[in-house]
Design a protein around this ligand. Structure first.
Ligand code: G1P
Length: 293
């Protein structure tokens, strides 16, 4: 079974849900406590054994490239002021990954963004990570997917049960649990996928969350996929096409997911991540108590 070595991060979206903050700043760079959203996803990839990162960017996204680059002036300054811990934190991320960028010139959809990475990925399995979805878990969510990929050698998507009143914001699957020796009860064989169905037409309450392990055949499937929801080329539709030639599995992952691309979800993630921090959690908890909730 080929190893999953690469992860694609679509990051060319316009971030309209977060205006005006994202007018001049990529939404992927919004900080949760003190790290940009995309760094959480990249650290999850690293913790899942994936070090080759492909970021699909667009206009106005150069801050992402600068963030993962070496900053000589900053490092020199921190060194001369003997800020060793900060220097380590600044260096760590650019040291840990091998990153390549490809441009998505027009925002034509998630499927189209993934397709832009075709040449950089080549003929091997790869992960895709949507950095809006921040997942706090004991075992990294991507690792949970990679483990199932390694068993079946087929595409695997992350699944989560969501209430009916929000189901139309997601890709939704029709699926049945597989009872395979060695797996928990959280692995599903997928029979159909629908992008953002109406609540009364959703095939289940199992929504796709932004973590995927994909096989290279997905590129051909996306190429044969016409524009769908919102006039965009959807990854979900590409996977539906792929289902004709390959089984697809889903994992109801263990962990807590935050929709950090949404203002309320972002606030929830900020509070929970800050409370967990050794250096800030105690004081922040004391402060929240004074607010009397
Ligand atoms: C994308 C996918 C959708 C998935 C969602 C998860 O939608 O198209 O299938 O359920 O991410 O966050 P978006 O939220 O980018 O509109």
């Amino acid at each position: 079974m080929p190893k999953v070595r690469k992860a694609v991060f679509p990051a060319a979206g316009l971030g309209t849900r977060f205006l005006p903050a994202t007018k001049a700043m990529p939404k992927e760079m919004l900080p949760l406590v003190d790290k940009p959203l995309i760094q959480y996803g990249i650290e999850e990839a690293i913790a899942s054994g994936i070090h080759n990162i492909v970021i699909v960017t667009g206009r106005g996204k150069s801050a992402i490239e600068d963030h993962f680059d070496v900053s000589f002036e900053l490092e020199h300054l921190l060194e001369s002021r003997q800020k060793t811990d900060t220097l380590r934190a600044v260096r760590q991320i650019s040291d840990m990954i091998d990153v390549a960028y490809v441009r998505q010139k027009e925002a034509l959809g998630l499927g189209h963004a993934i397709l832009r990475a075709k040449d950089l990925v080549g003929p091997e399995p790869f992960a895709a990570v949507l950095s809006d979805d921040v997942i706090d878990s004991e075992v990294p969510c991507l690792k949970q997917l990679v483990d199932i990929y390694q068993f079946y050698g087929c595409p695997v998507v992350a699944l989560m049960e969501v209430p009916n009143d929000v189901i139309s914001a997601y890709g939704v699957v029709a699926a049945e649990p597989v009872s395979q020796a060695g797996h928990g009860p959280n692995v599903y064989r997928i029979h159909d996928l629908v992008e953002k169905p109406r609540a009364d037409e959703a095939p289940s309450n199992l929504a796709i969350i932004g973590r995927y392990v994909l096989t290279p055949e997905v590129f051909g499937a996306i190429e044969s996929t016409p524009p769908g929801r919102g006039g965009e080329i959807q990854l979900t539709d590409g996977l539906r096409h792929l289902l004709r030639s390959q089984p697809i599995y889903g994992v109801k992952f263990e962990g807590k997911r935050f929709d950090a691309g949404d203002k309320l979800g972002f606030l929830k993630a900020t509070v929970e991540f800050a409370l967990k921090r050794e250096d800030l959690g105690g004081q922040f908890r004391d402060y929240l108590r004074t607010l009397g909730f």
